[in-house]
Ligand binder design. Sequence first.
Ligand code: NCD
Length: 299
Amino acid sequence: MRHLIHSRDISRSDIEELFRSADELRLSREESLKGRILACLFFEPSTRTRFSFESAMHRLGGSVIGAENAREFSSASKGETIEDMMRVVSLYADGIVIRHHEEGTAARAAHASQVPVINAGDGIGQHPTQALLDLYTIWRERGSIDSLQITIVGDLKNGRTVKSLLWALSQFSNISVTLVSPSGLYLPEQVRTELRKTSLVIEETEALDPHFQTADVVYQTRIQKERFADQNEYERYKSCYCIDKAGAMKMKATSLLLHPLPRVDEISADVDDLAHAAYFRQAENGLFMRMAILKHLLG
Ligand code: NCD
């Protein structure tokens, strides 16, 4: 693994090695990236991903340079290509984390860079480090990923975390996935066709019941407001699957409720105290998983 662009590129053994490494780093004070520099280029808003990458780099003894609004405050605003930018930034840093509004840009960036590039989200494409922290959370909370029934809910058309998660899950065995979304927000046909060639058993429906109650893991997602050209259409979908406390209490006792965050109204705040609600632990795991990823790629 030289770059991390698509979840398809990570093998099961790499994923399991990252789990073990994240567990070790959670407890250690090692500074294995001392003297190394990470460049963070964010062309789209971010809280968790950017802060956890930056915190991870600092915790490993390294330092960070970056642009949090690269669309406006980098030379991209003057018309510089991503290729030229990467060619130059990779002379200044030992690794690059990039989030971009256009699908495929992270792959172009990797092609032009002399140092490892990590895709922190490219448009509606991929978000592989989120998938790794999602799986790490399931692994920590349930002990294993094989033989799970997972229900994925929300904006599957525009959500990149879902696509990355599905590819990462396809490395494991005996996984059945129920995709729950309004028909206008189904997983894109091309992604579905490619995923059907993997071992995943995939079912699609518009109905949250009974898949919500029977799942081992429910992965709720936000309707991606910023991807809708027509905001009236967004308003129509906005609150299509809201999980409240009464609903969440119908989950199986050992089931997990995950969400990549940020949430809007798709999980109400009164769910947060239930044992099922793992999304803030998931966000915390993101720090240790990103430490493991940085150590692996930059170390
Ligand atoms: C996600 C993203 O940016 O794709 N956020 C994140 O990185 N945790 C999910 C989202 O924005 O809905």
